[in-house]
Design a protein around this ligand. Structure first.
Ligand SMILES: O=C(O)CCC(=O)C(=O)O
Ligand SMILES: [Fe+2]
Length: 356
């Protein structure tokens, strides 16, 4: 990552505190820590994770991404994700909408498929820029393997808490099955003088679990019951984890896939952080392509009860993970935009019109 010394997150900007979960205690199956995680996953669906051991690997990913973003645009565009709803590859700034009016996003990112990182040096899903290839065995694959290990630990805990049979969630997220699982590094340019600018529009994550590393502020969550966006402050050594639509659906709404977005940190006078490039890194665990997205009511009484208690919510999407994922990505793309309906077609489980 080019910038090392960032200014502090401004003192005068209110933030939403997330619960800090200690990964080493989860590994030891500490019941109190498991219960704290369970509480956070239901209330907001976001929490900090410390002692995860992935920080050095994350640095390697930021270095890889800095090299990638410096490639000539012509080269990056050869690896563009395209307009068909595929996520893997490069996305240029402005290629996605951030709201129903069709404002363009400001971030560029590179998405690398879990299937390619694990198949390396064979190609499973698609080709990548030279900088990704050069860093695959030393940085990308090790980061992904570590992230998968961490997310699998969380999944096992959720599996048991949801009263599911032993491998119900695991078998929907195998290493072998092709899926939308991927890692993403995001670069957002500085814009110190602009009014609040939305870098990534309000969304819920498409998949199961997201493991996020950011250094500068900008991430905001829409806290349930509130109409105001609140910043989540980056804390060194703390990843931010959150639940996506697939797990909200599998769990019959017990686990929450919460709306979030990324903006420039603005605090008058211009927040010092807004003069810096913002880099962030995510590993997204998503179900296998053919997995049906629906509440696992036959497998768990806890889930069946939860679904019964919320008859106003629909947990039967009637589609596979791949279909869900493709629809959401495709309809974010500016090139596919016909009007506000395109944005609405890109929405997930928690979307309300007022939150757009
Ligand atoms: O950059 C961030 O802090 C969050 C990114 C994000 O929400 C996403 O890529 O889905
Ligand atoms: Fe997200």
């Amino acid at each position: 990552m080019p910038s090392i010394h960032f200014p502090e997150f401004p003192q005068d900007v209110p933030t939403h505190p997330l619960l800090v979960v200690d990964y080493s205690l989860l590994l030891a199956r500490d019941q109190t820590e498991i219960d704290r995680l369970w509480g956070a996953a239901q209330a907001l669906g976001f929490w900090y994770l410390k002692n995860h051991g992935a920080d050095d690997l994350a640095e390697g990913m930021f270095r890889m991404a800095a090299e990638t973003m410096l490639l000539p645009m012509e080269e990056k565009l050869q690896y563009e994700q395209g307009d068909g709803g595929n996520s893997f590859g490069y996305k240029a700034a402005g290629a996605n909408a951030v709201d129903a009016t069709g404002q363009p996003d400001t971030v560029e990112f590179i998405n690398i498929a879990k299937d390619d990182a694990l198949a390396w040096p064979k190609q499973a899903r698609r080709a990548y820029p030279s900088t990704v290839n050069a860093n695959m065995p030393t940085a990308v694959t090790p980061f992904m393997k570590k992230s998968i290990e961490i997310n699998n630990t969380l999944l096992q805990i959720f599996n048991d808490k949801l009263g599911l049979p032993h491998d119900a969630l695991q078998k929907r997220h195998t290493l072998q099955d092709y899926s939308g699982s991927e890692t993403r590094v995001i670069k957002n340019p500085p814009s110190p003088h602009a009014p609040l600018k939305v870098a990534i529009g309000a969304h819920t994550d498409f998949g199961t679990l997201s493991f996020l590393h950011n250094r500068l502020g900008g991430l905001q969550v829409l806290v349930p019951g509130s109409e105001d966006w609140q910043y989540v402050k980056p804390i060194p050594g703390h990843a931010i984890c959150n639940i996506g639509d697939a797990l909200a659906l599998f769990s019959g709404g017990i686990l929450r896939s919460n709306l979030h977005r990324v903006v420039q940190v603005v605090s008058p006078p211009p927040g010092a952080q807004s003069s810096f490039e913002r880099w962030s890194l995510v590993y997204f665990t998503r179900p296998g392509n053919d997995v049906q997205l629906r509440a696992l009511v036959e497998d768990s009484e806890v889930i069946a009860d939860a679904v019964k208690r919320t008859p106003d919510k629909n947990f039967e999407t009637g589609c596979t993970s791949l279909e869900w994922f493709t629809r959401r990505i495709k309809n974010q793309r500016m090139k596919n935009r016909t009007g506000p309906e395109t944005w609405m077609n890109s929405r997930g489980t928690e979307h309300k019109v007022a939150a757009a």
